[in-house]
Design a protein around this ligand. Structure first.
Ligand code: SAH
Length: 251
């Protein structure tokens, strides 16, 4: 059995209990390059084989995982954040399926959650936005035209951009071209939950220069939307007048 495991955003204690337990039993760990905090690898027992997948191809990764399973080792494929986001796990799962190797998936705390925590922000504010868009600028991986940043901008929703900090200038221009006001609030969170975490706050007009000044080009998320501003409506859930299943409202 191969265990795909979310390592969380970086802080070694932002890993799930299930993930920690799997690491504690691991006989082989194949971890995803530079974004997995090496401190997490201290959880594995002595003698555990550890491989960094940064220099491997898909076939090599799958071969390694298959080897771990054939040796009878608890085999962990460790991905940053949550593996379902930009983790390229589908192709690994399909390759394992083809070989008849069973696997399971343990979710993790994604970096976009850690970024909101760092900013003390809430993505879904009443009266502001009830939708969160997770996307990226097109890089080597193409983005379908119907999901271009420009077209996403039109929704006015809360947005988080992965893998796009190196293109922050273009990202902010595209958002403006799509209809976001130049003074739309925008923030950058570098290495959310790591000891060297940094947060920058600005607008679509000012954020690229702030990022350049701070020398941040990767390992960061760009967050955009009015949820970063000061106005919102109070929630109905905790409103004294509002009745629901668990509480009678006062009139
Ligand atoms: N599966 C991961 C994302 C992997 S893609 C997750 O759920 O978070 C890699 C991108 O994620 C990076 O380019 C960066 O944009 C973002 N990222 C990952 N960890 C981060 C962190 N701790 N702080 C800020 N951004 C991070």
């Amino acid at each position: 059995m191969v265990h795909f495991v979310g390592a969380g955003p970086g802080a070694p204690d932002l890993i799930t209990l299930r993930a920690a337990e799997l690491l504690a039993r691991a006989g082989m760990v194949v971890y995803a390059g530079s974004l997995v905090n090496p401190a997490l690898l201290e959880r594995v027992p002595t003698g555990c084989e550890i491989h960094n997948s940064a220099s491997m191809t898909l076939d090599e990764v799958v071969e390694k995982l298959a080897e771990g399973v054939s040796l009878g080792l608890v085999t962990v494929r460790l991905h940053t954040g949550d593996p379902s986001l930009y983790g390229a796990i589908r192709e690994q799962m399909d390759a394992l399926r083809e070989r008849g190797i069973p696997f399971d998936v343990t979710p993790g705390v994604s970096s976009f959650c850690a970024a909101a925590a760092a900013l003390e922000a809430e993505f879904t504010l009443p009266g502001v936005s009830q939708t969160l868009i997770l996307s990226r600028m097109e890089g080597r991986t193409p983005v379908p035209e119907r999901e271009s940043v420009r077209s996403l901008a039109a929704h006015g929703a809360s947005m988080v951009f992965f893998l796009s900090t190196g293109l922050i200038e273009e990202l902010c221009s595209e958002l403006k071209a799509g209809g976001c006001a130049p003074d739309t609030k925008a923030a950058l969170v570098y290495k959310a939950s790591w000891p060297d975490e940094q947060t920058l706050r600005g607008t679509l007009d000012t954020l690229p220069a702030l990022a350049a000044e701070a020398g941040i080009r990767k390992t960061a998320l760009v967050l955009v939307g009015d949820f970063l501003g000061d106005s919102y409506e109070l929630s109905r859930l905790y409103s004294p007048e509002f009745s629901h299943e668990y509480r009678k409202g006062k009139s």
